[in-house]
Design a protein around this ligand. Sequence first.
Ligand code: SAM
Ligand code: SF4
Length: 346
Amino acid sequence: MQNLIEKAIHTHQLNKEELLLLLEDETNLDALLAAANQVRKKYVGDEIHLRGLIEFSNFCKNNCLYCGLRRDNKNLTRYRMDEENIISLAAHAKEMGLKTIVLQSGEDLHFNTERMCRIIKGIKALDLALTLSIGEKTREEYAAYKEAGADRYLIRIETTDKKLYADNNPDMSWEERAECIRNLKSLGYELGSGCLVGLPNQTLSSLADDILFFKETDCDMIGIGPFIPHPDTPLKNAKGKELNLSLKVMALTRLLLPDINIPATTAMETLAPDGQAKALNGGANVIMPNVTLTDFRKLYQLYPGKTTTGYTPDDSLKKVIDKIHALGRTVGSGYGQSPHWLKEQK
Ligand code: SAM
Ligand code: SF4
């Protein structure tokens, strides 16, 4: 097993069978995290880049079985921030020292192309890097956001197992999601994707495919999220909460895609107080402090127990910076583009 890990450290190539062997071995988590940490240090350095996350609407037209924002969840009070508030929150994030904003929401049709482009231009006028995470759109819409100034886009494939995807995402198509990912890349976005880990009936074989999919689609950022069951969804009795397996998938992703950005996800921190620290010591180099206003963030409940609930934007940022310093790492000083994407721009 150590030979395979050495091979990954030096060549960043593993085939499906090799990935599966590493995923099946229950004794190698620490070795994989250490290897991913070594590769992270070599390719992306010790800086941890911060992204201020604004969750601006919890309306969603979709019905993903795992998500608390799904349209059939009638127990959720829905909110959407108005354009001015979104832009002034971004301005506050800038005052706090953040250089990148992530705008995230359910798939909310209220925010049509015209409205989104106004918000994008308002935020870009503040000289911030901007990431969107607002779901599936047409190529023309993605092109319009890019033209308005958006730099990056996050859209997880969630799983490469097409049956699992169909079972969990009613009315949605895996092929269309994959097409969105290809469109975003070809439009020049810094492309973020990722998967959920621990969905019911998910196999290790499909997780190996997920990692190979990230490489094949030439992603610049990958977020790995442990699935956490939400009580108001059809998956409320599912097990989920696979922190160690999520860390393993994350570490393998770092080994195969050495120069991308990888966040230590909030879902990891929700499962263990040291979840993000383990991720940052196992290949991750990004954290997304939540800068959503306190009253709204408790309503953006993808899953229960989100650690950022109840804090103000300033509290959240301070906690994150303290954590980075406690790990002996530094806060990123620039916009924090992934070296992988920067290389492609030359
Ligand atoms: N609506 C957009 C989309 O789906 O791409 C962006 C927002 S969506 C809430 C962001 C991510 O939340 C999804 O890609 C999904 O992986 C994650 N998510 C949803 N429900 C979750 C759960 N129960 N546990 C962990 N992550 C979850
Ligand atoms: Fe909507 Fe995204 Fe949640 Fe699916 S994961 S229900 S698209 S917010």
